[in-house]
Design a binder for this molecule. Structure first.
Ligand SMILES: [Zn+2]
Length: 442
């Protein structure tokens, strides 16, 4: 049977049981009315020949004359009908777990039981009960989530907790360094809301806090989904920027605390050694190849406009082009693509840099966003008409070069694109304009 046929069958069973149950209850309630017969209200003995209220059969004494004319309702029928309705309703509920959530046999397990028996260990994420708990996590009550969260805190190993601290151990000199907490990084089956705190214990004042949330929101920034047991600590954040450190070895002492519901928590202490070096090759391997150069030249996207006297210049990478290129293979396999495409893009007039953007193709462009266009506007815009001066625009160039500091922010990869390419701005603008036209035409 196909899934929809099976679901249809169970819906049929649900309807049959509920309707059957309601009819049974109705019949049992209607029961056997008195119709003028004088009967004992306990054993239904015919008392028409008996005077007084005492039943000669079972000894029950009726309260008054009216009590002897009660309707006899069928208790077994009432019970049976109610059970049919309840069983039908439960089958309906279980069936509702088949469709969108694609549960099979696990649908028969009530969520309240599931939160106690579903395995929560990392190694068990493929277990059918764990999958079922994960699929139902959106529809769980707060206290059900809390039960899971409590079990998860107990089941999480120290190594896992330490793994959520994401930092590169060798760092380029002169560049600020992000320290990240990424508990969601490889923990998708976890369903209960928890929180990780990272505290430096060596007086550097680092304190990061991150909420672990249920799939599919995966957001660790959404304040609406913050755990209830938040105290008045700093707000949820997942990255902290350490200002550039001196060349040499730096040791950070960390205390990581994973907390769940009702005060459960686990604390692991950890020390991380970070080497700051001016030897770039120690940080990441520099890679430069004509293939990547032409990919970057081709994927760079620029739009320049002064419409409505609002000068702007938009520059980014065409994600799709990069994804469709040599990066596809590595990206699909779930790893970050290498070499890292992290660049500084400059708009240059002779030897003067008019604007500078940090760009990579998975979103670090927010680092200096919105970009500072004031020098570019001062040099290339007519202040009266608020229009770009074509004679200036024509002589501007775009320089793109690999940026180790930006590349190092992606913790996993070990190589980055270190090349440099240059092209006239107008050439780039024209190419993008042509491509846009072609896209609009199709
Ligand atoms: Zn009786």
């Amino acid at each position: 049977m196909t899934l929809s046929a099976t679901i249809l069958m169970w819906i049929g069973v649900t309807i049959a049981l509920v309707i059957g149950g309601i009819i049974t209850v109705a019949i049992a309630w209607r029961g056997d009315p008195s119709k003028g017969r004088r009967r004992c209200s306990r054993c239904w003995y015919d008392m028409s020949a008996v005077s007084g209220f005492r039943c000669p059969e079972c000894g029950k004494v009726g309260r008054d004359e009216q009590a002897l004319f009660r309707t006899r309702r069928f208790r077994k029928g009432l019970t049976m009908g109610s059970v049919l309705v309840l069983v039908g309703a439960y089958i309906g509920l279980a069936t509702s777990r088949m469709g969108p959530n694609r549960e099979t046999w696990t649908r028969w397990i009530p969520t309240t039981l599931l939160v106690f028996i579903a395995p929560v260990e990392r190694a068990e994420q493929g277990h059918e009960l764990a999958q079922a708990a994960w699929r139902r996590s959106r529809a769980m009550w707060r206290w059900q989530e809390a039960i899971i969260a409590r079990r998860e805190v107990a089941a999480t190993s120290d190594e896992e907790i330490l793994g959520w601290l994401r930092v590169r151990n060798v760092w380029p000199a002169g560049v600020s360094m992000p320290i990240r907490l990424s508990p969601e990084y490889d923990k998708w089956p976890l369903v209960g809301p928890k929180q990780v705190d990272l505290r430096s214990t060596d007086g550097r004042g680092i304190h990061l806090r991150s909420a672990i949330d249920s799939w599919p929101t995966r957001s660790i920034h959404d304040p609406a989904r913050e755990p209830d047991w938040n105290d008045d600590g700093p707000p949820v954040a997942w990255e902290i920027e350490i200002p550039a450190m001196s060349i040499g070895r730096h040791t950070f002492e960390f205390e990581m605390t994973l907390s769940g519901s009702w005060g459960t928590s686990r604390t692991v202490t950890h020390s991380v050694e970070i080497v700051v070096t001016d030897r770039e090759a120690d940080v990441m391997t520099a890679v430069s190849s004509p293939a990547i150069d032409s990919l970057i030249a081709d994927a760079l996207w620029i739009v320049i406009s002064d419409r409505n006297r609002d000068p702007w210049l938009l520059i980014h990478f065409d994600d799709q082009k990069i994804f469709d290129s040599l990066y596809r293979a590595t990206y699909v396999s779930g790893k970050l693509p290498e070499p890292v495409l992290a660049t500084v893009v400059e708009v240059v007039d002779g030897d003067k840099v008019l604007a500078s953007f940090r760009l990579d193709w998975w979103g670090s462009r927010g680092l200096d966003w919105p970009p500072d266009l004031s020098s570019l506007i001062a040099a290339a815009m007519d202040p009266q008409t608020c229009e770009w001066k074509p004679e200036v625009i024509e002589r501007l160039w775009v320089y793109v070069r690999g940026d180790l500091g930006l590349a190092a922010r992606s913790v996993g990869p070990s190589s980055y694109w270190s090349g440099e390419i240059r092209m006239p701005l107008v050439e780039l603008i024209e190419r993008v304009r042509q491509e846009q036209k072609k896209r609009e035409a199709t």
